[in-house]
Write a new protein. Structure first.
Length: 369
């Protein structure tokens, strides 16, 4: 892939064939060109030539807009990123790809795991993860090449990040905060801190944890390893509810001590999940284990709503939710055809956290100061 200074690229693609296929394509030029055109049908490319040498068929074509000019004389290669849902990339598509910068330029930012040597970047694998990274080509005499590469990448990402922060973080965070604000108003109107004893509320939280344990059973799956995040969340809920059911713990309670209990439950949940995953799964994924954290933090939000200000505890709970959302959704993705579904999933997750977190919130609301 030879990138030119005007942003176009000339490709030389080589495929090794068996002897029969190579002989057939060597004799039939129209068949060879037809296959070559079909091979690049999804690209905005123009076929220039085809040839066969021994057992290798070679195709050359040109793509007009592989790279874009950026400040500092930088060329930003956007080829490895999904194209607004029209083209989703999966893997490298070749055994080896070598990108060659124009004369007088070198590779600045490269693909992860690439072998870079001045003008050349060679990769043998590529994990797009839905939206691949940029590649930058910088003048070989630029003193501030890393800075200009950063600017070149930041410019197109700024509006994308702004949109994703709004839709993936701000909107679900507002739904989450609004749900608990409504719950706090209802609790005050109904004088909820006097209607049920803290013991019963703590047992209700323990019951939520027991339901998490039982889910794999009534879902028809195996307990260990089927839902590590759910089982881990159940551990944290049982621990938090059991501790707050003890009068000795409640008698010494304060905002900071309750925050410590929430942190303890969160740490035990994550540790349990890691142990379950490590024993059953080849690759440990921490992200799902963070899901219960906003639910646990709802206990602190309920406590501060009753005795101080809802905003204090709710800030912690919303912060925990934003951490979960930021790990689940990429804020740099341009999005694909499922982008709207991802936004809906984030909002639904915030609503689900309000529903599941309600017993935790009411437990905190009923605790004495």
């Amino acid at each position: 892939m030879r990138v030119h200074r005007n942003g176009s690229a000339t490709w030389t693609v080589e495929n090794r064939l068996n002897d029969t296929a190579a002989a057939t394509l060597a004799r039939n030029d129209s068949l060879r060109r037809s296959l070559a055109r079909d091979a690049i049908a999804i690209h905005d490319g123009t076929l220039h030539s085809t040839s066969v040498s021994g057992d290798t068929v070679r195709m050359r074509y040109r793509t007009p807009d592989v790279a874009t000019d950026a400040p500092g004389g930088v060329l930003r290669v956007d080829y490895f990123r999904d194209d607004d849902g029209r083209l989703v990339r999966f893997g490298l598509g070749a055994d080896r790809l070598t990108l060659v910068a124009p004369p007088g330029m070198v590779v600045g930012d490269a693909l992860p795991g690439a072998d870079v040597s001045a003008r050349r970047m060679t990769v043998t694998s590529f994990d797009s993860s839905g939206d691949g990274p940029f590649v930058t080509l910088v003048p070989d005499d630029a003193a501030l090449a890393p800075l200009w590469s950063l600017v070149a990448v930041a410019l197109p990402l700024a509006p994308i990040v702004g949109r994703n922060v709004l839709l993936f973080l701000v909107v679900p965070g507002a739904v989450f905060a609004g749900g608990f604000a409504v719950l706090a108003r209802g609790a005050r109107a109904l004088d909820a801190d006097a209607t049920t004893t803290p013991d019963r509320r703590a047992l209700a939280v323990v019951g939520v944890g027991v339901l998490a344990f039982a889910y794999p059973l009534y879902a028809g799956t195996v307990v260990v390893g089927s839902e590590p995040s759910l089982l881990a969340g159940g551990v944290g809920a049982v621990v938090l509810g059991a501790l707050l059911s003890l009068p000795a713990v409640r008698d010494q309670l304060s905002e900071w001590r309750l925050a410590g209990l929430v942190a303890l439950a969160s740490a035990l949940a994550v540790a349990t999940g890691l142990l379950l995953q490590a024993s059953t799964l080849p690759d440990v994924n921490v992200v799902p284990l963070l899901l219960p954290l906003p639910v646990y933090a709802a206990t602190l939000a309920g406590y501060t709503a009753a005795h101080m200000s809802l905003r204090r505890g709710l800030t912690v709970a919303v912060g925990a939710l934003l951490v979960v959302l930021a790990t689940m959704f990429s804020i740099t993705t341009r999005g694909s055809t499922l982008y709207v579904l991802a936004v809906a999933l984030a909002v639904f997750g915030a609503l689900a956290a309000v529903v599941v977190g309600s017993p935790f919130f009411l437990l905190g609301y009923g605790l004495a100061d």
